[in-house]
Ligand binder design. Structure first.
Ligand code: G3P
Ligand code: MG
Length: 241
């Protein structure tokens, strides 16, 4: 059974949000420096099958490379500049850093299209090893339902959250079936009926991406448990909560 200890309220999105190159070790270090105790990052496979931190299926937006991540070898990938001279980190490097800094890691399984099963299986097995002695310090999530089913089956001790842009009518059935410990969803789309249902079943709701303190306060009042933010600077004073 996954831990039932409470999740943290403030989660740095894509490592250091918009204040550092996204999905980099520099971002994770910045989050820790600003007092955050949890970070989210996206994980995809390279052409060699190595889990690496990157959001897009293609390299152009966040690196000086070109082409698809899943068609790029490790050698080529790790030579790229991911912003300010940062390299694309491997999941093992990010996990080590999070463990050193005492950060909870929300590992978002982000498969390239057509690579769903292999990505989920590789990332979940590796996360199980990397956090074997600290299963409380990792939370798996994905927009891909089969990844969460696999998380339940392959790493039952790790917490898992189902991620939705628009929360579907059957979300609760699915979350109960897979033993999801949280519902992750788009802050602009979450409605009060979902929040009521989640509260009634003791399922915390975590919303992305919340960068405005007044919006965060309003969502908290409505029952949202936590936030992913790109504006770490605006929430730094409360980030240890
Ligand atoms: O996990 C929450 C959030 O990161 C989902 O959206 O596109 O930023 O990965 P995205
Ligand atoms: Mg993400």
């Amino acid at each position: 059974m996954p831990s039932s200890s409470p999740l943290l309220r403030w989660i740095a999105h894509r490592g250091g949000g918009s204040l550092a190159p996204e999905n980099t070790l520099a971002g994770i270090r910045l989050a820790a420096r600003l007092g955050f105790r949890a970070v989210e990052f996206d994980v995809m496979l390279s052409a060699d099958g190595t889990p690496v931190l990157i959001h897009d299926e293609t390299l152009e937006r966040t690196t000086d490379g070109r082409g698809r991540v899943c068609e790029t070898s490790d050698t080529a990938l790790f030579a790229l500049d991911a912003g300010n001279g940062e390299r694309i980190p491997r999941l093992v490097d990010a996990a080590r850093l999070c463990r050193e800094l005492g950060l909870l890691a929300n590992v978002e399984i982000k498969p390239a299209a057509g690579h769903e099963v292999v990505t989920a299986e590789t990332v979940i097995r590796l996360a199980g090893e990397l956090w074997r002695t600290a299963p409380d310090q990792v939370l798996l999530s994905s927009f891909v339902p089969e990844a969460i089913v696999m998380a339940r089956d392959l790493a039952p001790d790790l917490r898992r959250g189902m991620l939705y842009e628009t929360v579907p009518g059957d979300w609760l059935d699915f979350c109960r079936r897979v033993g999801a410990t949280a519902l992750h969803c788009d802050a602009t789309q979450v409605d009060d009926a979902v929040l009521r249902e989640a509260a009634a079943h003791d399922i915390p709701v975590l919303c992305y991406t919340v960068d405005v303190p007044e919006i965060a306060a309003d969502l908290l009042r409505r029952g949202v448990a936590g936030f992913f933010t790109d504006r770490l600077d605006r929430f730094a004073s409360q980030a240890g909560a």
